[in-house]
Design a protein around this ligand. Structure first.
Ligand code: FAD
Length: 319
């Protein structure tokens, strides 16, 4: 029992980047503990995804036809695959879906679980997961003592590396089984153009933008960079933007490669949601704003001058 099983995630029929990240991380863990990598694709066929997953280390790509997302159904199906494959380690995206079904899976297969890992390593044959604690003020390392170790892993926290696996494709007979929870309708009105949780670049605005009429300034920069639009709670509470854009303790937790904070002071509750971003760029006219303590690059200036200038330069460079 030294295999690693990854549950991949699709969006609009395409493989989400987290699926490649987790398969790459699984490859490293499996190489360290001497096992294989199984990547589960929740779809009727894996033809479209197999080459991609093989390239980043999947030895087996397992299709599971579990129907539309239902946390109970996914938990039933994934638990059945775990019981069949008997992996030592299971990696699940720390996405809104993953958060809903992962703990149910852990209960069904009698496994320990650590949620929201941002670092994975191996020590003495067990995975060590690093995760933020105290709203991101500190990190702690966790090991799981049960035979099966389950981790949910934050998007953009793992490198995608090209190391080919055997890449066989097999169909699982696992099903969603009996479910009591039924989805009656979907409301997608709060959906962003680029989803915050998956974005590798986020342009985020705070009370410094002065009013909702100024979002187009930030949206223009975001569109130029292919970025998602984030917001501080102050702007959400003021009714300038919907809660689906809020980053922070009571909003979304994000971990992009680059987070551009415009007119955001950097309150601890905001940092809790974006402090693990790889590069943080802060634009704030107050040089003492706490955001500069975590910023990789800081611009002490008026965002109404800096943001249009940045957008225009990026447009020249990116076309
Ligand atoms: C329980 C709890 C949960 C919370 N959860 C969250 C959360 O999830 N997310 C979150 O964001 N907050 C959260 N908060 C609120 C948090 O404490 C702050 O109040 C909030 O983050 C402040 O938002 P802000 O930075 O936009 O506004 P402010 O703190 O008002 O900062 C505005 C900044 O804009 C700068 N500025 C002004 N004009 C310009 C200009 N022209 N150019 C450049 N800079 C300018 C100012 O210098 C200032 O630093 C929570 C609070 C509590 C108590």
């Amino acid at each position: 029992m030294a295999d690693v099983l990854v549950v991949s995630e699709l969006k609009d029929g395409e493989l989400k980047k987290i699926s490649r990240e987790l398969t790459s991380a699984a490859r490293k863990i499996a190489d360290a503990i001497g096992g294989k990598v199984h990547t589960v694709v929740i779809a009727a066929s894996a033809d479209k995804y197999a080459a991609d997953l093989k390239a980043v280390g999947a030895d087996a790509i397992i299709t599971a036809n579990l129907g539309d997302f239902n946390p109970e159904g996914y938990a039933n199906g994934i638990a059945a695959i775990i019981q069949e494959k008997k992996p030592a380690v299971v990696l699940i995206p720390h996405s809104s879906q993953g958060k809903e079904y992962s703990a149910r899976v852990a209960i069904k297969v009698n496994a320990g679980i650590v949620a929201d890992a941002v670092g994975l390593s191996v020590d003495g044959g067990k995975v060590v997961a690093k995760k933020p604690i105290y709203s991101g003020k500190a990190y702690a390392n966790f090991k799981i003592s049960s035979d099966i170790q389950i981790f949910t892993v934050r998007a953009n926290s793992q490198e995608v590396s090209q190391k080919e696996g055997a890449g066989s494709v097999e169909a699982s007979s696992a099903s969603a089984g009996e479910v009591r929870l039924k989805s009656l309708s979907k409301d997608l009105s709060g959906g962003n153009k680029v989803q915050l949780a998956d974005a590798s670049i986020i342009v985020s605005g705070g009370r410094g933008i002065k009013g909702p009429e100024n979002w187009p300034l930030l949206q223009d920069l975001a569109d130029t960079l292919g970025a998602a639009l984030g917001a501080s709670r102050a702007t959400v509470d003021a009714g300038w933007i919907s809660h689906s854009h809020q980053v922070g303790q009571t909003g979304k937790t994000v971990s992009p490669n680059c987070y551009i904070a415009c007119g955001i002071s950097g309150a601890i509750q905001h940092l809790a949601g974006m402090g693990s971003s790889k590069y943080i760029v802060a634009i704030n006219k107050d040089g003492d704003a706490p955001i500069f303590k975590v910023a990789t690059y800081g611009v002490v200036a008026d965002l109404f001058e800096v943001v249009p200038a940045l957008t225009s330069e990026f447009k020249k460079v990116l076309g």
